[in-house]
Ligand binder design. Structure first.
Ligand SMILES: [Zn+2]
Length: 142
């Protein structure tokens, strides 16, 4: 389909020249070529462009069927809570249950010795004493 590219260039220059009806006509030709080649998705895309050039609704027209969405690249890591399970994962520190048999993950002392612990979403804990140490370390760093 070598002439498709030529037609697209032609349509683009017509559009740039402000001759939108002519550009739309060329886009419809391109759409027909894609349709005949069995590429319905691209044909629809070209038709939509033609419709936009003609000032007709292109994107939101319910009579124009949606083309299949292009596959999205798989995200490297899931972001945020997984939708659908109905559980919002708490991603911030929170106070640990005072009755929990928990230990500070930093100094390894139990909650009954160091007082209330702050829990991380990862299942780790930190005590007040270690928070102070951490703060000092981070302040030196800055
Ligand atoms: Zn600690």
């Amino acid at each position: 389909m070598a002439d498709v590219r030529e037609l697209l260039v032609q349509a683009q220059s017509l559009e740039l020249d402000g001759d939108k009806p002519a550009a739309a006509k060329v886009m419809r030709q391109v759409a027909a070529l894609y349709r005949d080649a069995g590429n319905a998705t691209r044909a629809l895309k070209m038709l939509r462009h033609a419709r936009r050039l003609e000032g007709l609704p292109g994107e939101d027209d319910p009579t124009v069927p949606e083309p299949l969405p292009e596959p999205l690249p798989a995200p490297a890591e899931a972001e945020g809570p997984v939708p659908g399970d109905g559980v919002l994962i708490e991603r911030r520190p929170s106070l640990a249950d005072p009755a929990a048999d928990a230990w500070c993950s930093f100094c390894c002392l139990p909650q009954r010795e160091v007082g209330r612990l702050v829990a991380a979403p990862t299942g780790t804990f930190i005590c007040r004493g270690c928070v102070v140490v951490v703060q000092t370390l981070l302040e030196v760093e800055e």
